[in-house]
Design a protein around this ligand. Sequence first.
Ligand code: ATP
Ligand code: MG
Length: 159
Amino acid sequence: EWVDLVEIMENLVRNTSLQAKEKGLDIQLNIRDELPLILGDGLRMEQIFMNLLTNAIRYTNKGKIVIDLQRVADRHVLVSMEDTGIGIPQEELKHIFERFYRVEKSRSRQYGGTGLGLAIVKQLVELHGGQIQVHSQSGTGTRFEVRFPMDPVKEEGRK
Ligand code: ATP
Ligand code: MG
């Protein structure tokens, strides 16, 4: 099915805004370009970004979450999500997509969770032919980048 990422992100931001507001967090959604529809599974696409967004909210205690949607050289659609949260230590970054991997025991006790979220996210991104990258700095924040190929795409359909 043809999936509209803009619609998915708008719904997710709407559905999490209360949760974010309770923590005093601002969520910004920037649609930088006219985006094509992407061939994929809408529910699974939603699951990808729901996981990333609930992580961003869970692991951020103050500041904001900025989500950018853009096209890169007519070849990829890029969704980036940046938070001003607790970050991930450099030496742990290469493990966070592993099943059941959670950063630091004390942190895990404080925030809960099973450590499956990002493993599922990575699998679902790759099933759609996409790629996921993470950049993070302990104490400063985290940025996830998800890229989907614009092949095949449908340019019409959303205004
Ligand atoms: P689950 O998603 O299964 O409820 P979880 O959030 O602990 O549990 P993942 O989503 O796989 O598991 O994330 C793995 C670990 O990566 C987390 O335990 C957390 O320490 C770290 N992490 C993930 N996203 C962020 C983020 N935005 N900021 C800081 N740390 C993060
Ligand atoms: Mg998670």
